[in-house]
Structure formats: C-alpha cells, structure tokens
Design a protein around this ligand. Structure first.
Ligand code: MN
Length: 287
C-alpha cells in the first residue's frame, strides 16, 4: 500500500516555519506521511531535528522533504559561484535529511524556483548539462546517507528545464545514480502532458515520489483530474512509493505569492475537514 501524505504548506503562509505542529495535525487527520520543507529542516540545529524526528516517530508518521531552490542556489546557473553555493546547500540538506533517518528530498532541486528561461537563451541544453553535473556531484553523498533525490517535473510557468516526464526520464538517466529519480505531480501533468497515464507509465521504476492535487490545486476529489487514469497508471508500474497531496487554497504570505494563489479557494470550508475528506477520497480511489 502507498503511504498517503500531505504537504505542510497547505496550512502555512510562509515556507520556513516550525514543522512540529503539522506533525500532530497530519497524524490527527489520519495521514501516513507529512511532507515538510527541506530547507527548514536543514536550518534546524541537531536538537531541533531530533525533536521533529522523534515526534513524527511517536505519531507513526513518515516524513518527506520538499524544496524549490532559490535563485542564489541555482545548481544550473551559468555562474560557477552560484552553482557552488547551490551544491553546498544541497549537501547541507542531504546531511540534514540523512540525520533524520533518510528519505525523499524532492522538488526543484535541479535549478531555481520559480524561474523562467533567461532572456536570450534559445537552447536549454547547456543549462541542463550544468544541472546534471551538479546532481552528479551531490549524488554520492545522498547514496551514502540513504537520501533519495527526486527531481520534480513542473509546468512551464514555474520552471523551464523539466516540464515533461520524458524530459525528466532523460535527465535522471544522464545523472545515473540509484538515488536520483523523478517525481510527478498531477497538477503539472495536467498542464503539460499529452497523456497523464502514459507520462506516469513511462517513468516506471524511475518514479521516486508522487504529488497529487487538482487542476487549480484544490484537494484531491474537488476537481476534474482523471483519477481513475492516474491510479491505473500507478498500478501498471507497481508504484509503491508515497503519494503526497499538495493543495494550496489560501491567499497570502510567501506561499500564496510563490504558488500564485490570487483568490480564496477555501470556499468557506474548514481546512482540516477538507484534508480529511481528501484523504478518504484518495484512499478510496486507490482501493
Ligand atoms: Mn508538487
């Protein structure tokens, strides 16, 4: 059975916040997993990480980690100093997650987020090659610490390097580390792929992590993602990894700004009740 998780930023306004309260919140709602901000965990001291790890263990909750690297840490940047800073930051994150017991670090860990193709760039291949070289640099550390690096395929309005499953498959094959795989997200798949099911099937054993959400980032079950097609594809490739919902419904703060939530999508509904309903919907869809 797949573990079903939720991303803390459903509730949060800012990216770097205390993750501890979300452990209890997700566990109380019945989730198997909580996804937290990788950078927030890397910025904690050892005692802070131990407290988070122990609380999650006490509540029977698995943890996963997500981040979109900011521009100063762009591991695909043309500027070698920026790439070096990004590699050092990724290594700090990998060590921190290793200390947490390992697990998945996913997101835009291969460039900056949000980011568009630089003016004047016509061919993204050189940027991809710089990114691949950076991931190759950090992969051995991830392998030694039991950390999985999952590059997230996102839509064109958020990033320009990996917009389709096919692009990420080629990228992961070039990095060529057992600990570097790709992650897909139904919100992004809906925008970019010819076929959502075929994109998932193509990833096959390289699919390391999976995000779910509706076309406007409402919780699963509130929109028109073809869930039967998604589930059939995950079954076809025998995907056993985590499935983490990533709804965003609130205006405001860094989260609302970066996700571009420009209207209140809560529709007067209670956030926790909605999360509980989305969890039930997801479990039923997978059953
Ligand atoms: Mn996602």
């Amino acid at each position: 059975m797949n573990r079903i998780g939720i991303y803390y930023a459903y509730w949060a306004q800012d990216w770097i916040v205390d993750m501890l309260p979300y452990v209890d919140r997700a566990a109380d709602l019945g989730f198997d997993q909580l996804e937290v901000h990788a950078g927030a965990v890397a910025r904690l001291d050892a005692a802070g990480r131990a407290a988070l790890r122990d609380r999650a263990a006490a509540r029977g909750l698995a943890l996963s980690y997500c981040i979109g690297l900011t521009r100063e840490y762009d591991v695909a940047a043309a500027d070698a100093a920026v790439r070096a800073a990004g590699i050092a930051w990724l290594e700090q994150i990998i060590r921190a997650v290793g200390e947490m017991g390992g697990g998945s670090v996913g997101g835009i860990i291969y460039s900056a987020w949000p980011e568009q193709m630089p003016a004047g760039m016509l061919d993204k291949r050189p940027a991809l090659e710089r990114s691949i070289a950076s991931l190759r640099r950090v992969a051995p550390l991830a392998e030694s610490l039991g950390v999985l690096l999952n590059v997230e395929v996102v839509n064109r309005f958020e990033q320009y390097l990996l917009n389709t499953s096919a692009e990420a498959i080629a990228y992961v094959r070039e990095v060529d580390s057992p600990n570097v795989r790709l992650m897909l997200d139904t919100f992004h798949l809906n925008i970019e792929e010819d076929s959502i099911g075929a994109a998932i099937v193509a990833a096959g054993p390289l699919l390391g992590h999976f995000h779910i959400g509706e076309t406007n980032r409402l919780p699963p079950g509130r929109g028109r993602i073809p869930w039967a097609e998604v589930v059939a594809a995950l079954r076809q490739i025998d995907y056993r990894g985590a499935i983490v919902m990533e709804p965003f419904v609130q205006v405001g703060g860094e989260v609302g700004r970066d996700i571009r939530v420009y209207r209140d999508l809560r529709a007067g509904r209670d956030l926790d009740a909605e999360a509980r309903a989305a969890l039930a919907f997801t479990r039923a869809a997978l059953a």
